[in-house]
Design a protein around this ligand. Structure first.
Ligand SMILES: [Zn+2]
Length: 304
């Protein structure tokens, strides 16, 4: 087990009143370093243009990497490109690529990427929902294209639906996408009838759903699909904004619910994927909840 991060991920500054603050990442890395002083940390490399182009088009790369704004500019009402954003986005996507390489080469079995900006809303062509590049999609495409995997599972328990990840892979049967999320809520996708080529399973949850309802949909609907898919690698879009303290949504999870699901995912990875699992930070906007939930998640990733 190891973690990836990079100081440049702190340098993406969408503005003092923006929910997706640099302080989020400091809360996560601070809590993990305190809880697990022996956990090894690796510096995330930059993703290459070739790695990004597996899932994004040239125009999005040009927008994020070549604009070089001298102050923060809004790409949409939620999404900001600031002077430090290109480097942060490259390191965030690069963390997932490096983590996939590390677990598939046997250097470690599991990895957690403490990075920002988050990624799962970014589509092939559009940066949106705080996301510039789709970090988990870049990692999944790398696992398929570079390493030749035929079955990669992306598990997304962020409170928002990962519309970008779903859209990038909804015609690619090599990638299974499983998501629980609140509906109605931004981006208002992720209805149960969105099935891709049979490789997409969405479990929308009504506002107010707590740990019991969350565990029930994973136990009864989503985890059985993961089990039949027999993933060669498990990737996780780990957003912690379904926590009851989160200001952006109305689910009612506790940190222990993240520990429970992560334990299930590790067990599945052990049965099918040689234990190989790479998790990447997505959302989570209450700093206390985010710190506690990250520690719960990594506790379960560490368990052997
Ligand atoms: Zn989210």
């Amino acid at each position: 087990m190891r973690c990836y991060t990079h100081p440049a991920c702190i340098g993406h500054e969408p503005g003092a009143t923006h929910a997706e603050q640099p302080a989020r990442l400091k809360a996560v890395t601070g809590a993990l370093r305190e809880a697990f002083p022996l956990l090894p940390w690796c510096e995330a490399p930059r993703a290459t243009r070739g790695q990004l182009l597996r899932v994004h088009d040239d125009a999005l790369l040009a927008l994020v990497l070549d604009t070089q704004p001298d102050r923060a500019m809004s790409l949409d009402p939620d999404t900001v490109l600031a002077p430090g954003s290109a480097e942060a986005a490259l390191r965030a996507a690069g963390a997932g690529v490096a983590a996939v390489d590390a677990v598939l080469s046997g250097q470690t079995r599991r990895a957690f990427c403490a990075v920002r900006p988050p990624g799962h809303h970014a589509t092939a062509t559009v940066a949106m929902g705080f996301c510039l590049f789709n970090n988990i999609a870049v990692a999944a495409a790398h696992a398929c294209d570079k390493h030749g995997l035929a079955r990669v599972a992306v598990i997304d328990f962020d409170v928002h639906h990962g519309n970008g990840t779903q859209a990038i892979f909804d015609t690619d049967p090599r990638v299974l996408y499983l998501s629980s999320h609140q509906l109605p809520l931004y981006p208002d996708t992720g209805h149960a009838n969105e099935r891709g080529v049979g490789n997409i399973v969405n479990a929308p949850l009504p506002p107010g759903t707590g740990g019991e309802g969350f565990r029930k949909v994973w136990r009864e609907r989503l985890l059985p699909v993961l089990e039949s898919f027999r993933p060669q690698l498990v990737l996780v879009s780990a957003g912690f904004d379904a926590h009851r303290l989160d200001p952006l949504a109305q689910l009612q999870l506790e940190a222990d619910d993240y520990h429970w699901l992560t334990t299930e995912l590790v067990a599945s990875a052990r049965r099918h994927a040689g234990g190989r699992l790479v998790s990447m930070l997505e959302g989570g906007y209450d700093l206390t909840a985010l710190a506690q939930s990250s520690v719960a998640h990594v506790t379960a990733l560490l368990d052997d």
